[in-house]
Each structure stands twice: as C-alpha cells, then as structure tokens.
Design a binder for this molecule. Structure first.
Ligand SMILES: NC(=O)c1ccc[n+]([C@@H]2O[C@H](COP(=O)([O-])OP(=O)(O)OC[C@H]3O[C@@H](n4cnc5c(N)ncnc54)[C@H](OP(=O)(O)O)[C@@H]3O)[C@@H](O)[C@H]2O)c1
Length: 256
C-alpha cells in the first residue's frame, strides 16, 4: 500500500516537473531485459556488433545475430536484406544495426578533395547509408506496435556537419550525414504507428576494432565491450520524445 502510494507520488512529481519547466523528468526506463526481450543485431560479426550481441545475451535477451560473413546478409543488396530478414520470425523490441566501413576496396578516408573518387564515394554511400536504410525498410515493421521498442544504427560523430572542424574524410562523413537524415526521417514515420518506439543514430566513441586499427592514432579508445555497455546504457535511458536524434556514447546529443 505504502509502496503504491509512493510510486503514485513519484509519478505525479515527474509530471509536475514536465508541466512546470517544460523539461522531461528523468524517465524511468524500461528495464534492459524488458526493452530487449528479443533483439535483432545486424552486423553481429563486427567489433562493436559482436560485443553488443554478447552483452545482450548476458543480460538474458533472446538475440538473433545476423551478419554478412555468417548469414550472407549483404546490406548493399536489397534482395539479400529481404531474403535473410524473411528467414527470421517474430517481433523484436530492439533492432541494432552495427554494420559499416571506413575503408572500402582499398580506398581509405580522403585527406583532400583531389583524392575524391566517384566509385569509392558510391561504395561509401552504399555501405554506410543505403545499407542501414534498406534494413530500416525491411525490419522496422518488426518492432512491436505496443510497448517500448528501439531501432538504433551506428553512425559516427564525423557525420555531424555542425561538429566538423577538421574537414577531410569526405565520403565517410557525407555517407554518415545522409544516414543521420534517414534515421531522423524514419523516426517521424515510425512515430505514426509505433508511439513508444525510439529510433536513433549513435556515435560509439573511438572503439578498438578492425575499422579503427589504422586510424585511431592518439585518440583515446575504448574496448568493444566498454562501447557495448555504454551504448546499451544510452538506449536504456532514452524516451520516445528523444526519437529521431543523434546521441553519443555518453547519452549527449550530437548536433546535426
Ligand atoms: N570503431 C569505431 O571507433 C567507430 C567510431 C565511429 C563509428 N563507428 C561505426 O560503428 C559501426 C561498426 O564499426 P566497427 O568498429 O564495429 O567495425 P568492424 O569491426 O569493422 O565491423 C564492421 C561490420 O560491418 C559489417 N559489414 C560491412 N559491410 C557490410 C555489408 N556490405 N553487408 C553487411 N555487413 C557489412 C561487417 O560484416 P562482415 O565482417 O560479416 O563482413 C562487420 O560486421 C560502423 O558503422 C562504424 O562506422 C565505429
């Protein structure tokens, strides 16, 4: 009885904070196991994807882990995306896209405009923007219409136009900026049918994976396990009001 009354009062206080100050009270998030009862990971073979998969499994989620190397899921090929996803049944409270590439076919990030190559740029868009977009097209309807759910895709802070102080890395930056726009737009569409869903772009920090091995330099890095912990903690703390935004591993919004 006392517990119920205390809970009711806490809820009233949260509402009051919102109405008085126009800020959302710290949300009581669904428990990780609640929100991630069933999880679908795309890119589960990657450094971050495999760590996310392991962390969710440790937390008791029923995880479907898909990748190109293990399942033939090539995100740049819509037929492949559809075919592999059609093999998977049911709804998922969490869909996490951990695919991506910085260097493709021997083409690394450009330092100057003179290094720009049309084919290399197309390849970047294909993997880093079109691929996750095709996954959204074929997987977002697998989020439950009722109850909390989440779609998240790994973007990168370098995709932020506002945060770009260094230039360079043209193709990767613009592909990630385009991915951010896709996620923002898809979140608007998703809200019409899935009122409790969160759809976000994430920056994982600089993580010790194959992707960064040649490029991390003196940047402070974290292990994939730490990154997975950070990213899942961020997702756990988000509410539907924050859907459509871009967050870093600390849960801070990244400007577009
Ligand atoms: N590591 C970082 O510091 C960092 C920083 C900022 C953003 N990110 C972003 O985080 C994401 C994951 O990075 P990571 O460091 O974990 O990289 P990673 O270890 O190199 O893993 C890349 C993953 O992407 C998959 N992949 C690549 N091309 C694919 C395709 N055409 N179809 C299907 N899967 C494909 C790979 O699958 P297979 O191996 O099975 O082929 C692998 O699972 C990327 O989007 C990256 O831009 C990473």
């Amino acid at each position: 009885m006392f517990m119920r009354a205390t809970l009711r009062k806490a809820r009233r206080d949260e509402k009051a904070l919102f109405y008085l100050h126009g800020v959302e009270a710290p949300r009581r998030p669904p428990t990780l196991s609640g929100m991630t009862h069933r999880s679908l990971i795309i890119g589960a073979s990657g450094g971050i994807g495999s760590a996310i998969t392991a962390k969710l499994q440790q937390n008791g989620s029923e995880v479907t882990a898909l990748s190109r190397s293990a399942d033939g899921l090539d995100i740049t090929d819509e037929a492949s995306v559809k075919e592999v996803l059609d093999r998977v049944e049911g709804e998922f409270q969490l869909i996490f896209v951990a695919t991506g590439a910085l260097e493709l076919n021997g083409n690394g990030p450009e330092k100057a405009l003179k290094e720009l190559d049309a084919q290399a740029m197309v390849a970047q868009f294909s993997v880093n923007c079109i691929g996750p977009s095709l996954v959204m097209k074929h997987a977002l309807h697998r989020l439950p219409r009722n109850g909390p759910s989440c779609f998240a895709a790994l973007s990168a802070r370098v995709g932020s136009i506002g945060d770009n102080k260094m230039g360079g890395w043209y193709s990767y930056r613009t592909a990630k900026a385009a991915l951010n726009q896709m996620i923002h737009s898809a979140a608007i569409e998703l809200k019409r049918t899935h009122r409790e869903a969160v759809c976000v772009a994430l920056h994982p920090g600089t993580v010790q994976t194959d992707l960064t091995a040649k490029f991390a330099g003196n940047h402070p890095t974290v292990t994939p396990d730490e990154a997975a912990h950070n990213l899942l903690s961020v997702l756990e703390g988000l509410s539907p009001r924050q859907s459509g935004q871009f967050f870093d591993w600390q849960g801070e919004r990244v400007e577009w």
